[in-house]
Write a protein that binds this ligand. Sequence first.
Ligand SMILES: Nc1ncnc2c1ncn2[C@@H]1O[C@H](COP(=O)(O)OP(=O)(O)OP(=O)(O)O)[C@@H](O)[C@H]1O
Length: 282
Amino acid sequence: MSVDLSAVAAEPGAAKPDPLLVVDGVSRSFGGLTAVHVEHLEIQRGTITSLIGPNGAGKSTLFNVLSGFDKADSGTWTFDGRPATGRAAHRMARRGLVRTFQLTKTLSKMTVLDNMKLAATGQRGEQVLPALLPPLWRRQEKEITGRADELLERFRLAHMRDEYAGTLSGGQRKLLEMARALMVRPTMIMLDEPMAGVNPALTQSLLGHITDLRDEGMTVCFVEHDMDVVMGISDWVVCLAEGRIVAEGPPSSVAKNPAVIDAYLGKQHDDPEARGDDEPAE
Ligand SMILES: Nc1ncnc2c1ncn2[C@@H]1O[C@H](COP(=O)(O)OP(=O)(O)OP(=O)(O)O)[C@@H](O)[C@H]1O
């Protein structure tokens, strides 16, 4: 681990020695439901921080808000010491914060290389299709292709460079999602369930890539509902439940925190599928 967090209190809202992202009073509701209400959160620079919590805890909503893909109802946040509240995703990408997003239908019909090149435009995604790319982008094309090839090599996707992205396996898609996000050379990468639906061998490889990014100095934050996945890799774990931070700390302390256990068990208790009930009671 590159940053020592041993002196940081394991409690919600804990101050970090050198936070890259600082969140204050952020809330987001849908109708009458408060999906997120985070009083204070600091993400330490140069660490792997995991955001865990049961289904519906608000993890993706918080991610979407902070990365500029959704709007908060209230609250403020800063990135790298500068105000970032309500900034659009492509502006945040230019400032160094990117998030991965899943390969959509449209992107599946483009080649792997074009997916990478498009990502270089900085999270504008499908709003900027290749035919419409600005002249500046064309001038930089050589450099961008070079960067794309370098990343495809690193993520072992070079042999798929000219294939349609839709032909990739589930695991290769996850690698492409990560590689795409790195096109803009971010300082912070936010990964939404990077291991979901991936086989164990590939999970190990993805975990290796994530650790490498951190070791190169990048700040990594990922959302995961499966607590076991994050334990081995995280420097710090933040647990959300019903939109609020209920615990924070090193993985070992969070794993045995009663509020975390309650959040997961409580959810299981409410969820007929997790209880193993196939049919609702008469
Ligand atoms: N666009 C939306 N419209 C209405 N409700 C929403 C919307 N997005 C999220 N919600 C609700 O907000 C709550 C938080 O959802 P969110 O997806 O952020 O949780 P999560 O922790 O990421 O869950 P999961 O692990 O299942 O992805 C849920 O109750 C969800 O139904």
